[in-house]
Design a protein around this ligand. Sequence first.
Ligand SMILES: Cc1ncc(COP(=O)(O)O)c(C=O)c1O
Length: 399
Amino acid sequence: MSDQPAAIPHRYAGSIDAIIQSQGPLLRFFTESAWSRRDAADPSNADFVAGNPQEMVMPEFVESIRRWATPKDKDWYAYKFNEPYAQDAAAAGLRERRGIAFEPEDISLTDGGFAGLVLAIRTVTDPGDEVIFVSPPWFFYEAIILTALARPVRVRVKDTWDLDVDAISAAITARTRAIIVNSPNNPTGRVYPIETLSRLAESLIEASERNGRPVYLISDEAYSRILFDDGRFRSPTEFYPYSFLVYTYGKQLLTPGQRLGYVALPPQMPDKDSLRTALFLGQLAFGGHGVPNAVMQRALGDLDPLCIDVKGLQRRRDRMVDALRSFGYDVRTPEGTFYLLPKSPIEDDVAFTAQLALDQVFVLPGTVVEMPGYFRISLTGNDDMVERSLPVFEKIARG
Ligand SMILES: Cc1ncc(COP(=O)(O)O)c(C=O)c1O
């Protein structure tokens, strides 16, 4: 038997090596935590880790997909691009809800928010350029910036968890091409007020003039429909023309596994024609024909008005916030999103989440989202899970 030649070690792209480095805490959680070893089918789990559904999907969602899966002509499953019926529906939804004249041709359809962020960032950055993101962040911003071979620049929020506009202004350099802002914010639940957004816009206008090129605002609006207390959403894109509005339907429908989203240009964006062309080629090239599939584009018109029960989510927020406070937890009331971000009763949030996991209560350690000493609860856990988890939270808090 001939000897096998010695294996030649794999060599990865520098960008993937950098991503592996940056995603250490997330990788460890997904591969080494008690949550990663759980039996996912065990009905005793109270799983608050991710913004994933813990109940059956809305029946209207399924009906729509079924309906549009049946072809009506030979082109039904031909290559799809930015199909006008889907662009019309997305723009109409934005116009109706926000009272702003979004145009259908300014909607670049994407298979979710991930792809929209990649598209926006890669369209305006070259290797070595800088992209600012706000910490604590959604856990994949840094990785997405790194795939563009750009340099992630982290700016911390204030103690109030509001944007620190002065710190953002100070972080902008001649190489800054974009800033990602996420309101309502994952993981803090903050919705940034209009005074802050106007100050941010002033700072970006000044910086763009200084740089002689735009510093783009990438507004991640994944949770714009998940707003509590009858709050009205004000988009950062209303205040600054050089903005990309990045949206995913994964939150409003609680269907993150059925990818659908878009990047919208606000009406006041200058020279939209050339930008539309750049984005279109980016959709094809960066994301490997990264547009939603045929059925999702057809279904978009049915899905845009549909939304999960946000009032129900708010009731769950109130139940959990009140109960956790009564057990002595320090927890702020989120204004939107799926998430609570309480302080861990012991300093080591990873050890705390491991303790909860012994009783099959699973939450995300704050360390994974740059909030060591905290933990994140997703309110997408169902009401039974909430009731089963509360005595466990109480037991650990009372030592
Ligand atoms: C703030 C934020 N942006 C973007 C995304 C990505 O959304 P999707 O998976 O629907 O693309 C998420 C998902 O958790 C998120 O929380």
